[in-house]
Design a protein around this ligand. Structure first.
Ligand code: 5GP
Ligand code: ZN
Length: 116
């Protein structure tokens, strides 16, 4: 299920250009347009799921695949040894701005903690 007014559905469909770094039948990964680290990649399910609070048990498989894709991309980017961070903002208070579930993969610099 895709939505024509969702920017990430449109990137997954190839309707909006993006620097795509990985595609599989059920997920797409592309570089963030406003990178917050030397590596900043967004990994999304092709299916339009708005946010983590709407996940259902059948979504477990795709959410697991997002982690496996992050691991593969971290290795490709050369950040798997030094470390990397995965972030999923869920809802307005967390800073979610695009309501299509996405995992941020960040690396290539030392991260602060706690996050803002
Ligand atoms: P959120 O704050 O929802 O967790 O993250 C949304 C992210 O999507 C932001 O880091 C923002 O820079 C990125 N973003 C928003 N629109 C686009 C777009 O059209 N293309 C790309 N590549 N990234 C986008
Ligand atoms: Zn979408």
């Amino acid at each position: 299920l895709t939505e024509s007014d969702c920017p990430f559905c449109r990137i997954a469909a190839g309707d909006i250009p993006a620097e795509v770094v990985l595609t599989t039948p059920d997920l797409v990964a592309f570089r963030d347009i406003n990178p917050q680290a030397p590596t900043h990649i967004l990994i999304i399910p092709r299916e339009h799921i708005t946010t983590v609070s709407k996940l259902r048990p059948p979504d477990a498989e795709i959410m697991g695949k997002l982690f496996l894709a992050a691991r593969e991309l971290a290795r490709k980017e050369g950040i798997d040894e030094d470390g990397f961070r995965m972030v999923v903002n869920a809802g307005v208070d967390a800073g979610q701005t695009v309501f299509h579930v996405h995992m941020h993969l960040l690396g290539g610099r030392v991260m602060g903690w706690p996050p803002g």
